[in-house]
Write a protein that binds this ligand. Structure first.
Ligand SMILES: Cc1cc2nc3c(=O)[nH]c(=O)nc-3n(C[C@H](O)[C@H](O)[C@H](O)COP(=O)(O)OP(=O)(O)OC[C@H]3O[C@@H](n4cnc5c(N)ncnc54)[C@H](O)[C@@H]3O)c2cc1C
Length: 383
């Protein structure tokens, strides 16, 4: 029997595997993808300063930093709303950190994690899609289809991005009725590490500085997204200029347009007998505040701390799983509520709502303790 079986060695499952690699435990990680591949192509991940600290401790950040263009520091963030007053500007210099966060390529991050994992004793089985995870009071049973026998472990950690393989865990889903159109756009003036988040009548639009371009995340209705995907580049850029307004409108080119639906989905609960869900398998959030991935990393890191401190025969025991759930609950529910609340507040476009939003933003900018608290939440999370 293995001490730990990790289902999904993506950014979150892989981080967990690295964080427990020095413990004297037998660990196996399964991933559906082929070695050296990513399952869903590339995307830009916004990571917090706290996530950088985790990656630094695990040797991931040094590998990323050595890959040209893989990490871009976010030095300032400009938050505003279209058609209303109120602007908030956050800057790394004011908070004594080298950057407020970083934009990282998913593919580069996966490759850094795979590279570091290959240096450990952890057994990673690629091209191994798990079909079910069933927990009993004494062990978890991980199946890879009818052709092979199930694998037993004291604890199964599911980090497959969806959590659907686990028996006995309900999932809640709230559709936002919107999609995120993502693309790469270049601008006339270099981005200089400046990120933008603009709240508009159709939803938030974010520009994340990445390598030599911006990663655009533009929220809109599914019908508008179909139209925007089909527009010729010049017309698309014209619409973006109009939509984004004066805060940034020097867009020059656009590539790699695609969309994905926006929904809040979370497991209830995130634990079962001998089984824990982490990362997107536990909760997948609206991208409005860039919290989802960072929350998943904290799931991995806190679970690793608990595993590293537990005697072998307590791993996966009911008490250990309850301690994990209790430790994560405040951060998790705060992350879900904050992101969901922000998505709802900024989706309401009546002028009556624009005023309080504008006052909120202006007050945060003018009132240093509130601004510091807000920035701290962005840097390190909400707990
Ligand atoms: C379409 C899409 C676009 C996104 N865009 C952004 C963005 O622009 N910016 C941002 O910050 N965040 C974005 N996110 C969120 C971000 O990607 C996630 O927060 C992050 O990837 C979560 O990491 P994870 O390791 O939990 O899951 P994942 O990244 O989904 O990784 C899961 C891993 O499990 C493996 N796996 C899956 N099923 C199985 C199985 N049955 N058996 C074994 N292994 C399996 C996969 O191969 C993969 O390696 C996006 C999410 C989605 C779905």
């Amino acid at each position: 029997m293995y001490d730990l079986a990790i289902v999904g060695a993506g950014p979150v499952g892989g981080t967990l595997a690295l964080a427990i690699a020095d413990a004297d435990l037998s660990v196996v990680a399964f991933d559906a993808r082929e070695a050296g591949a990513t399952l869903r192509g590339d995307r830009s991940l916004a990571i917090s300063h706290g996530a950088r600290l985790i990656f630094e401790r695990l040797g991931i950040f040094a590998r990323l930093a050595a890959m040209p263009g893989a990490v871009t520091p976010i030095v300032t963030v400009d938050i505003s709303q279209a058609g209303g007053f109120g602007v908030m500007r956050l800057s790394a210099g004011e908070h004594d950190v080298p950057a407020l966060g970083y934009v990282v390529s998913y593919r580069a991050l996966q490759s850094a994690i795979d590279g570091e994992l290959a240096r450990t004793r952890t057994e990673v089985r690629f091209a191994s899609p798990v079909t079910s995870v069933v927990g009993t009071p004494t062990q978890a049973s991980v199946s890879l289809g009818a052709q092979s026998d199930p694998i037993a472990a004291r604890l199964a950690v599911v980090a497959d991005g969806t959590g659907t393989a686990v028996a006995g865990i309900a999932r809640e889903r709230r559709e936002y009725g919107q999609v995120a159109l993502v693309a790469k756009v270049t601008t006339e003036a270099p981005h200089a590490g400046a990120a933008y988040e603009r709240f508009t009548p159709t939803g938030p639009v974010a520009l994340l500085p990445e390598n030599g371009h911006y990663g655009l995340v533009w929220t809109m209705s599914p019908a508008a997204a179909q139209r925007a995907l089909a527009l010729p580049d010049e017309q698309f850029l014209d619409e973006l200029r109009r939509h984004f307004g004066a805060r940034r409108n020097d867009f020059q080119s656009v590539t790699e347009r695609r969309t994905f639906p926006l929904a809040l989905e979370y497991a209830r609960p995130t634990t079962a007998s001998r089984c824990v869900l982490i990362g997107n398998a536990a909760q997948s959030l609206h991208p409005i505040a860039g919290q989802g991935f960072n929350l998943g990393l904290r799931d991995a890191y806190e679970l690793a701390e608990l595993v590293n401190r537990s005697p072998r025969d307590e791993i996966g025991e009911r008490g250990m799983i309850a301690r994990y759930a209790a430790r994560r609950s405040v951060d998790r529910y705060a992350g879900i509520a904050f992101t969901h609340g922000l998505a709802r507040v900024f989706a309401l476009d009546a002028a009556i709502f624009r005023w309080p939003r504008g006052i909120g933003l202006a007050m945060l900018d003018a009132f240093p303790p509130a601004k510091r608290a807000f920035t701290r939440a962005m840097l390190f999370g909400l707990s």
